[in-house]
Design a protein around this ligand. Structure first.
Ligand code: SAM
Length: 278
């Protein structure tokens, strides 16, 4: 392959990355080229295409961009998550947020960038336990994510033994049922009682407005701002804050504290912000 063809391929890939960034906010800089190519190769394999340059040509020069873009976005997202991830937030919810809640309505939570659902289902376990102590307590949880594929996984609520290692034993017994896949490998499914309380939808945080209720009690916006540039971080934090009730809480990832810059937010603890007002 000549230097000229390599450069032409790189230019096509760069153009494709710019399109992905403009739609999703996800930064795909030149120094991540190995990662980006690795992810695009998943599409090459899935379609049985000869190689990456053939695929790039199909997408960028032969009219396949529109149909491929959702799949490209799916492979470009980093979906790492865990049950009880950054568990200080769940302790904070139990110790501070829930005791303050006295409204005569359901407690409402949004897991924005919910990935495969672990954050939303952890919250459901915590709230279900709270409901046992507080008769009449009701709650609803919505999880949203950019990736259509990961939203499908979240809705199923089915996890491998490796994916549930962080679920405490007592919660596992109460809220996960054991089963197996078609070849007998063990799997766990979140019980229907919890799945019924958690809805999932595809949504892009780059959109100008979010089709999510306002007046939420808690929003999780964790480990997603890191993928955006400063301007988009500010815009997303502000857009999400619009959906909090006055006095509602925003949880961001512990490495993202500095980006929660909306003037309506007051920091209450590590990676915990409260929207001013009551
Ligand atoms: C690393 S995961 C974090 C999951 C979970 N919040 C946590 O902290 O464990 C980041 C998620 O953000 C999603 N994401 C990235 N860009 C997004 C966007 N523009 N709109 C909505 N979700 C996005 C990805 O699809 C991915 O599932």
């Amino acid at each position: 392959m000549t230097t000229g063809t390599i450069e032409a391929d790189r230019a096509l890939q760069k153009k494709l990355c710019e399109i992905v960034t403009s739609k999703t906010g996800i930064q795909l800089p030149e120094n991540k080229r190995t990662m980006i190519e690795g992810r695009l190769r998943k599409r090459v394999r899935a379609l049985g295409v000869r190689d990456l340059r053939t695929y790039l040509n199909m997408v960028m020069n032969e009219g396949m961009l529109e149909t491929e873009l959702p799949q490209i976005i799916n492979v470009m997202t980093t979906n790492k998550t865990d049950f009880w991830r950054e568990d200080a937030h769940f302790d904070y919810m139990i110790r501070t947020v829930l005791p303050e809640f006295t409204a005569n309505r359901a407690f409402k939570v949004w897991s924005a960038a919910s990935s495969s659902g672990e954050e939303a289902y952890t919250t459901a376990m915590v709230l279900s336990e709270h409901a046992k102590r507080k008769p009449g307590f009701n709650y609803s949880i919505i999880g949203t994510d950019l990736s259509t594929e990961i939203v499908r996984k979240a809705r199923k609520g089915i996890y491998t033994p490796e994916e549930i290692v962080d679920v405490p034993d007592d919660m596992r017994k109460l809220y996960l049922e054991e089963g197996h896949d078609s070849v007998g490998r063990p799997l766990c499914r979140v019980v229907k009682q919890l799945r019924d309380r958690v809805g999932f939808a595809q949504m892009n945080l780059m959109d100008r407005s979010y089709p999510v209720e306002k007046n939420l009690d808690v929003v999780f916006l964790r480990n997603v701002l890191i993928y955006f540039d400063d301007q988009n971080q500010r815009r997303v934090v502000s857009g999400v804050t619009d959906h909090l009730k006055p006095g509602g809480y925003l949880f961001v990832g512990h490495s993202e504290t500095s980006v929660a810059s909306d003037p309506r937010l007051v920091q209450k603890s590590a990676a915990v912000f409260r929207k001013e007002g009551t």
